[in-house]
Design a binder for this molecule. Sequence first.
Ligand SMILES: NC(=O)c1ccc[n+]([C@@H]2O[C@H](COP(=O)([O-])OP(=O)(O)OC[C@H]3O[C@@H](n4cnc5c(N)ncnc54)[C@H](O)[C@@H]3O)[C@@H](O)[C@H]2O)c1
Length: 256
Amino acid sequence: MQGLLTGKVVVVTGAAGGIGSEVVRRCAEEGAAVLAVDRDAGGLDRVLAGLPAGSRVRPFAVDIAAPDAMAAAFGSARDAFGGVDVFHANAAVQVMGGLADTTAADWDRMYEVNQRAVAAGIREVVPHLRERGGGTILVTASLLALTGDADLPMYGATKGALRALCRSVAAAYGRDNIRCNTICPGDVDTPMVREFFDYQPDPDQARADVERKYPLGRLASPRDVAEVAVFLASDRASYLSGIDVVVDGGLLARIY
Ligand SMILES: NC(=O)c1ccc[n+]([C@@H]2O[C@H](COP(=O)([O-])OP(=O)(O)OC[C@H]3O[C@@H](n4cnc5c(N)ncnc54)[C@H](O)[C@@H]3O)[C@@H](O)[C@H]2O)c1
């Protein structure tokens, strides 16, 4: 059966995590071959073990911030599947704490994973996408690229930078038939957001308070975000480039 991504090769980072693992699953279900990239090799094994038989998914364990990591990943995708059509830069780290509570080393770590490694990955993937006559780049940014959070100032700053990066990439490579868009999720029910709640004095109350703020009355599921990624990666989104797709259950729409 034809899926939305049949014939495409997708490389996704953060593939062992909450959102990334669901992107892997949905892309595979839609017919893509997928290179699942994460530094957590055991986590990748667990994700692959949960996929339906016949899924064309390979693990690639690497720290994306290491030199040449993404060049090696794209080379591996080409060896395994013949090329690359979609790069989803999704991995990130967050260090909780206000500016006064975090160190320059914390800021550097967030910069090198969330921002520099994404730029390096995009630089490496462009020649692969050109070889295929074009392709798509997706970047998981965050609602914190558009709003502020007292406990995540530098994390938010890295995500804001990704919005700007994505626009420049869309401008630079449009003539190569390369599209680039960000996905900006609100709170998604993954280990990352649970870490945020655990940092608060009363985690259960914090979660309930956050859920109440959403017009839809709940956090996003990883699936809510993965469906947007599949759409943006597919040819159905053929004229979307340089935009932010906000996946926030209506949160930004409401003041009171
Ligand atoms: N969960 C949320 O509420 C939320 C909201 C907005 C944006 N996001 C963004 O969504 C993306 C996915 O987050 P998630 O919620 O699935 O988090 P997660 O913690 O479940 O997954 C993140 C994954 O990235 C991997 N990773 C981290 N650093 C890496 C590195 N240097 N090299 C390779 N892999 C690395 C981790 O091993 C992990 O598997 C991130 O970019 C995050 O900033 C999450």
